[in-house]
Design a protein around this ligand. Structure first.
Ligand SMILES: Cc1ncc(COP(=O)(O)O)c(C=O)c1O
Length: 349
């Protein structure tokens, strides 16, 4: 596998921006036009907010590498995994020439990020079980296909994709295979992180926005072969992860057991919601979930959505998504929220 052949020429030849904090984080720092006197924000934990953050994300990568049991050189952090999606497209896809494969219904940002970057999207629909099929994906690739985005567990269908098919695709395809594992904490599966250390064309994305409960802080990361990580570092904004976020994420990793407790509670509530929806005769279908949400099918999704909204309960109407007619998506809430949701749902059904 020759990764260089997949990279855009301008990225290969790109002389990356050299930022001041790349070379020095300490000393008499008169190199970056910062405020040498201090910061308006209280400087708790001695983070020196008047100084730019570390462009190499060294402390954060060390923390995450210890937690995940992988080398730091295989990790890069982004402003949410949404930034990683954009970075991958900008690194590998030549606008108006290259294309990307997505398997819909799936997370909408892959397509939006391609549209923004003027990169064609080829939709290879998931099958009737909302899984991927080896032959169909292979037959849709061409010489300009650079990335295949897979989401496992998938949003909004909430299932894990077939691991054997994924492995076959990674081995067979001469392109970057991205597995978005935003919801992996809620699945009984370890995911692909370990495999991404040795496989040259595999990128695994994770986020602190879901199980860790840190969506407001904007932090995600990906694990990949060092060569890919080096390319992404070349393209990313120098100071993408701010010091407050880095500190919060570092603290969160120290408290990982709290995340594990949340996951247990959310799974318990997910099973409760699933069973209640399943036993409701007016609900046409409920998809089993490996995530923190449940998608269910009703006859009149818009009407149901509107009634819930009028009652202050906001879910997601996914009924207009490709291959997902009739489906609504509800995030697992607290026990009280779930009970109220079910009560109001029953009223409208
Ligand atoms: C599958 C999937 N990937 C990524 C994201 C975005 O994650 P982040 O908040 O890290 O940008 C979401 C958010 O809903 C998602 O559903």
């Amino acid at each position: 596998m020759n990764i260089e052949k997949l990279v855009r020429k301008n990225i290969l030849n790109l002389k990356p921006y050299t930022s001041a904090r790349q070379s020095h984080m300490e000393g008499i720092l008169l190199d970056a036009n910062e405020n040498s006197f201090g910061s308006v924000v209280d400087d708790f934990e001695n983070s020196n907010y008047n100084r730019y953050p570390d462009p190499f994300q060294k402390a954060l990568r060390k923390k995450a590498s210890d937690y995940l049991g992988i080398p730091e050189s295989n990790l890069i952090f982004g402003v949410g995994s949404d930034e990683i999606i954009d970075l991958l497209i900008r690194t590998f896809c030549e606008p108006r020439i290259d294309n990307v494969i997505v398997c819909e219904p799936t997370y909408g940002m892959y397509r939006v990020a391609c549209d923004i970057n003027n990169v064609d999207v080829i939709n290879v629909p998931l099958n009737e079980k909302y899984d991927i099929e080896y032959e169909t994906i292979i037959s849709h690739t061409n010489n300009n296909t650079k990335i295949l985005f897979l989401c496992s567990p998938n949003n909004p269908t909430s299932n894990l994709l077939d691991k054997n098919v994924i492995r076959k695709l990674i081995a067979e395809l001469n392109l970057i295979v991205v597995i978005d594992e935003a919801y992996i904490d809620f699945a009984n599966d370890g995911g692909f992180v370990k495999e991404a250390l040795t496989v040259p064309n595999l990128v695994v994305m994770r986020t602190f926005s879901k199980a860790w409960g840190m969506a407001g802080l904007r932090c995600g990361y990906c694990v990949a072969h060092e060569e890919i990580i080096r390319l992404l570092f070349k393209v990313k904004m120098p100071y993408n992860i701010n010091k407050l976020t880095a500190m919060a994420v570092s603290q969160a990793i120290d408290n990982a057991s709290v995340k594990d407790e949340y996951v247990k509670e959310i799974i318990k509530q997910r099973e409760f919601l699933f069973n209640e929806l399943k036993s409701n005769k007016k609900v046409i279908n409920v998809l089993p979930s490996d995530t923190n949400f449940i998608s269910f099918k009703v006859e009149n999704p818009r009407e149901v959505y509107n009634y819930l909204e009028k009652n202050g309960i906001i879910i997601r109407d996914r009924s207009n998504q490709f291959n997902f007619q009739g489906y609504l998506r509800v995030t697992v809430g607290t026990p009280d929220e779930n009970k109220l949701f079910l009560k109001k749902l029953n009223e409208i059904l």
